[in-house]
Write a protein that binds this ligand. Structure first.
Ligand SMILES: Cc1cc2nc3c(=O)[nH]c(=O)nc-3n(C[C@H](O)[C@H](O)[C@H](O)COP(=O)(O)OP(=O)(O)OC[C@H]3O[C@@H](n4cnc5c(N)ncnc54)[C@H](O)[C@@H]3O)c2cc1C
Length: 406
């Protein structure tokens, strides 16, 4: 029996290691980068491993540890191997230095992660000069390629990863001259905001967006616009970093015609990570863009159990109960529920700050779960430990909504 895992980040490697531990046979991880480990390879700061490895590690050490564990578990890792398409329902096409190949399996796990929307996807007007990055690109250049990035940067966004970008800029000898967010406040924890930006005197400009990027060969400034009044502010800089605003790396899932969640743009999975295609699973930031690495890894571990059960029994339950949401809830994962299995932990995001509210889960007029939150913050992970095994009606959606408390 062979399982292919597409993507050698924390989710894919954790899934592969667990599959080997469960005696699931041959496990092959296909990774397009030169080395396995995923995004943490270039996140050169502390903050990884608490929930899954029970220690606090820097990103590169965390990535190396997973790669070593996978090797020890007998996982076959094929690096520099991009999965480009499906050759058949259980066969993928790859491109690598060996050329174009196909590889078939009894089960396939998609763990391709997510990326930040770049400037082009955010439709930011202006000229097209050099010096515009995402955090991921910035960190690759600074930590993997050891190149310079500029001297004065504007960071677009103010969530956890935006502050990680400020730290990376400082490591690269560049100054963050401003952070810009459309929200009324930053969306990270106060200590991280202070550690990365506050103590360096980086101003956080709230209620503002980037209206234009200026410069011929290299960026020489950005124009900001107040979201309420439209008033403009010009800032001189040579670097712009677009942070957060995640999109799952879902091209392969879409090429495979998997059912997708319209809100999160992720393949729709149930509690066991089963997609709409028999034998194909998905996990990690591909299904919740973006959580921390330990959450992604634990998700991979959980999916491995679903894969092992499928390999063993061949069963593929249907039809699932769909999970939907009402604004200001933006998306919920997982997006489907097998009524035959216990409910799970859900993860969700909101579009606007909410204070003193109830998060409610209902099926029709029947309330399944309710919990009070003093604050829900956009761009921040919200965990709803719904749990239990309520008798759900098949074909009727489970709905997540927010109710204001009086
Ligand atoms: C700037 C930044 C800072 C962060 N800081 C922290 C932190 O402090 N603590 C923390 O816990 N988390 C942090 N995170 C989040 C953490 O990195 C992610 O949660 C984690 O990497 C997600 O794991 P994953 O396996 O789902 O995806 P990824 O790590 O993105 O791995 C996906 C892998 O799939 C590969 N791939 C994609 N498509 C294909 C394909 N078609 N063929 C072959 N391979 C493919 C990619 O090359 C990649 O290696 C940070 C993220 C960023 C961007």
């Amino acid at each position: 029996m062979t399982t292919i895992v597409v993507g050698g980040g924390p989710a894919g490697l954790a899934a592969a290691i667990e599959l080997r531990r469960l005696g699931a046979g041959r496990v092959v991880v296909l990774e397009r980068e030169a080395e396995p480990g995923g995004v943490p390879r270039h996140c050169d700061h502390l903050g990884f491993g608490l929930l899954d490895l029970h220690r606090l590690l820097g990103g590169p050490r965390y990535a190396a540890r997973y790669a070593a564990l996978a090797e020890r578990a007998g996982v076959e890792i094929r690096s520099r191997t991009s999965v480009t398409d499906w050759a058949a329902p259980m066969e993928v096409g790859t491109t690598s230095p060996r050329g174009v190949e196909t590889i078939s399996a009894d089960a396939i796990v998609l763990a391709t992660g997510c990326r930040e929307r770049p400037r082009s996807a955010r439709l930011v007007p202006g000229t097209r000069p050099a010096g515009v990055f995402t955090t991921g690109a910035l960190q690759q250049i600074v930590h993997l390629q050891r190149e310079r990035v500029g001297r004065r940067a504007v960071v677009v966004g103010a969530e956890h990863v935006s502050f990680s970008a400020v730290l990376t800029l400082a490591q690269a000898g560049a100054e963050a001259v401003a952070m810009v967010t459309e929200y009324p406040a930053h969306q990270t924890y106060a200590p991280l905001a202070w550690f990365a930006a506050g103590r360096r005197g980086v101003p956080i400009l709230t209620g503002a967006r980037v209206a234009a990027i200026r410069g011929r060969d290299r960026v020489d400034g950005v124009d900001l616009a107040d979201v309420a009044t439209g008033a403009r502010l010009a800032i001189a800089c040579d670097t712009v970093v677009f942070t957060g605003d995640w999109i799952p790396d879902h091209e392969l899932a879409r090429r495979g015609a998997l059912a997708m969640d319209g809100a999160s743009r992720a393949p729709r999975v149930d509690q066991a990570g089963r997609t709409s295609a028999r034998g194909v699973f998905a996990c990690g930031n591909l299904v919740h863009a973006a959580e921390t690495a330990d959450v992604a890894a634990l998700g991979g571990r959980g999916v491995a159990r679903g894969v092992a059960t499928f390999l063993h029994t061949g069963s593929w339950p249907a039809p699932p109960v769909h999970v939907t949401c009402v604004p200001p809830v933006r998306w919920v994962a997982p997006g489907a529920i097998d009524p035959g299995e216990p409910l799970d932990v859900f993860r969700l995001r909101v579009d606007e700050p909410c204070a003193n509210v109830d998060l409610v889960v209902a099926q029709g007029t029947r309330e399944i779960w309710r919990r009070r939150y003093s604050a829900l913050v956009p761009n921040r992970s919200i965990r709803a430990e719904v749990g239990g095994s309520p008798a759900l009606r098949a074909e009727e959606a489970l709905i997540f909504r927010i109710e204001a408390r009086s």
